[in-house]
Each structure stands twice: as C-alpha cells, then as structure tokens.
Design a protein around this ligand. Structure first.
Ligand code: SF4
Length: 416
C-alpha cells in the first residue's frame, strides 16, 4: 500500500479559494503520493472500458504555480488599484481569462504587441512580472516611473539562472547562442539581458544551428549571417569577431534533448576548428541551464510512449512551446490530439485538434476507437492546470456506461 499522509489529503481536497481553479484533487493526490519516486513509469487509472495512462510528470511546474499564486495574491491585496502584468502569465487561456475577469490587465500580448501604453502606468500601480521574466527595456521603463517591480516579481528562478550564466560567460568573453523562438517572451527577455554582457544570437532549431556552424567553419559565405541571423542577433554582432568563443543557453521550454544536441553540436564544431586541447577557451559549459520541469515532462512522455495505448491527448495552450514539444513526441508513435481543455472534445465522435505545425485547428471524427477497452495516454504542458486534465478524463468517461467508480480505481492505485 502506498504511504499516504493526512497532510497530502488535506492539501489536495481542501483546496484554497483560487487553487480550486487550477488544482485537481485526484491528480494532486497522485502527484503527492508519487512524489520522490525516481522512476518515470506512468500512472494507470483503470476505469474498465477506459484506461488512462497518465505521465509520471505533467502539467504545472513550480515556476508556473508560483507565478499563478502571486498573480491572484496581487489582485487580492490590491483591490481598487490597477493591477497589470507585463504579458501573459503563462500560455494558458483558461488561467489568463480568469485573471482578466478578476481585473488583471495585460500590458502586452504574448507576441509583444502593446495593449496598454506605458504612459497609462503610474508609480503606485501594481505590476506582476510573469514566470518568463520581462525585458531589460520594459523593466527600465517601469523603474523610471517609480513602479516597484520587485514586489510582484514571479520570474522563475530557472530562467534567472539562465540569465546569470549568460552574464557570467559573457564577462569571460563568450558569445551567447540562445536556442529559442526569437519572438517568445522568455527568449526576448533572456536576449535583452544577455546582450548587455555578451554578443548574442538566437537559433531556432538544429537546422539554423547548421547554418551558423557552417559560417563558423568557413564553409558558408559570411554574407549568409546577414540573411539568416542579423534579425536575431544583438546590435553590432560581428560574425568574424564574435564566433570564436560560444556558449549555448536555452529558452527553458524548448525540447531539452534538442538543446543538448545543439550544445553538443556547437562543441564539436568549435573543437574541430580550434582543437580539443583548446576546448575551455572556445566552448562554454552550460549543461546546468536546462529546466528540470521541462526535462521531466519530456522524459516522462518518452516513458509514456513505451506503454501500450490507442491514442494520446495532450492538453495545453496553443501558443505553449513546451506543450507543442510534448505533442511532437507523441505523434511520432500514435494518433495525437492537441487540445486546450475538455471543451475541445466536442462529442464522443469529434475532437477539435490543433495542428501546431500548420497553425490551424481541425475537427477530427471518430477519434475514440470502437473497442472493448481503450487505452488513452494523457499529459499536459507546464502551463496547463491539473483541473483541466481531470475535466478531460471526466468528459471522456461520460461517454461510457458502467465504468468503474473512481473510489475503486483510486483504491487500486493506492494498493500498487
Ligand atoms: S518550465 Fe521551468 S523555467 Fe519555465 S517556469 Fe516552469 S520551472 Fe520555470
């Protein structure tokens, strides 16, 4: 029988005023019970006609949970005052819409479009910094207005760690290569900080890394730097001067394995050019900058895919980078549906799937196979509340008669 403390029960069943919006009693309990387990075996909830295989790690990370709690607290402590957030708290429409309903105002969209002019903000306004952080320029604008930007700073310490490593390496003469999406808020923020200390350039993926590597190796004309990287490089970036010593950091929600591959690839390129004996002078070690949560969710998804299943459902915001990476992993093996919430499950016949590769939604028919017992892989991105995953389970179960009662299923889980 799994050890189960009354503290865990109390914490997960007695949800706080706002926590009820994003926590799930069932999934919170499962997470709590499995806390500290080192293995990545998925949790199976066997309802008879439907078996859910739930990733060992899924959903909210500590950084996101902390940011959400801070945003709700900021609203609660500052009734009657304008409460702003620099951009979306997290990439999840459910939470963002709830915060907006309660009065939170976003200054910018997730793509950087200004929604509220800076002139509208005043010294005693409340501004919450999201988990991704904010750009140095935006912080300076707010500080110049006298806004206390430290009071409600929810920037994740793992993102902060990336910044500090970029600063440290920049001071040692390294150029920073950021593996990220240039327009993503986190990459924008990291870029703005990094380029104060180091020439900085952003690569989107392995394909763009190859182009940059060929420029470093001299097998591509330098002019290609202008074509491919000028728009994502810091001002004054000189490809002759600034590609002699490099270190790779990442947007923490990118595919961890891809960042590791990119870092290793640039290491090889530099060793080939400058010699293995000169590694320390030309390659910065940034292995410690990968976020544990993104890595865990992705590793848990790999393990999920080792278990038998008919389909996978991945829940998260459409602009959530880490969710799309989970979808990418699942769709290599089985039919995968990327949804925002239970509302995208239109009926037992149809599901509204977001094809993030082509950025369009498609209504897919007959997504649930006609079988005696179906097995469904379930996971969610770092910005998806557990409550949504629970609602997805409940909605699917509602399509079947005579499923096993929840207490019995949880009882089995506890006995394992
Ligand atoms: S995904 Fe990682 S870096 Fe991003 S908020 Fe969560 S813990 Fe922090």
């Amino acid at each position: 029988m799994k050890e189960y403390t009354s503290r865990a029960l109390k914490k997960n069943y007695d949800l706080g005023q706002y926590a009820a919006l994003y926590r799930s009693a069932i999934l919170g309990m499962i997470k709590e019970v499995r806390q500290g387990e080192r293995d990545y075996t998925p949790t199976t909830l066997d309802f008879g006609k439907v078996k859910f295989r739930i990733a060992r790690h899924f959903g909210f990370c500590k950084g996101v949970e902390n940011a959400i709690e801070m945003a709700y607290q900021a609203l609660e402590y500052n009734v009657g005052k304008p409460v702003y957030m620099v951009s979306e708290l997290i990439h999840n429409p459910y939470i963002n819409e709830d915060l907006t309903r309660r009065g939170l105002q976003f200054i910018k969209t997730s793509t950087g479009k200004q929604l509220i002019p800076w002139e509208n903000l005043h010294a005693d306004d409340v501004v919450v910094i999201p988990a991704f952080g904010a750009t140095v320029q935006d912080k300076a604008i707010m500080q110049n207005k006298g806004i206390d930007i430290k009071r409600w700073d929810a920037m994740c310490r793992f993102v902060e760690h990336v910044w500090f490593r970029a600063e440290e390496l920049g001071k040692k003469g390294f150029t920073i290569i950021i593996h990220g999406k240039f327009n993503h808020e986190e990459t924008q923020a990291t870029f703005s900080y990094s380029n104060r200390f180091a020439p900085t350039v952003v690569v989107k993926d392995m394909k763009t890394s190859h182009i940059l590597a060929e420029i470093i190796a001299g097998t591509r004309p330098l002019a290609d730097f202008e074509t491919y990287f000028r728009a994502t490089a810091s001002e004054g970036f000189d490809p002759i001067l600034h590609l002699q010593k490099v270190a790779v950091v990442n947007q923490t929600t990118m595919l961890a394995s891809e960042t590791a591959d990119i870092a290793q690839y640039f290491r090889q390129v530099m060793l080939q050019k400058f010699g293995e004996e000169n590694e320390a002078q030309h390659v910065g070690n940034t292995r410690d900058t990968l976020c544990y949560a993104t890595k865990n969710n992705q590793t848990a998804t790999h393990h999920l895919l080792d278990t038998p299943a008919d389909l996978a459902i991945v829940i998260g915001g459409r602009n959530s980078s880490n969710t799309s990476h989970l979808v990418e992993l699942c769709e290599t093996q089985l039919p995968t549906y990327f949804i925002r919430s239970e509302d995208d499950i239109l009926s037992e016949k149809a599901i509204l799937h977001f094809d993030f590769h082509h950025q369009h939604e498609a209504e897919i028919q007959d997504f649930l196979p006609q079988k005696e017992c179906i097995e469904i892989i379930l996971t969610s991105g770092a910005s998806c509340p557990d409550s949504l995953l629970e609602k997805v389970m409940i909605k699917i179960l509602s399509f079947y008669e005579n499923v096993r009662p929840l207490e019995e299923v949880i009882g089995d889980f506890m006995k394992e």
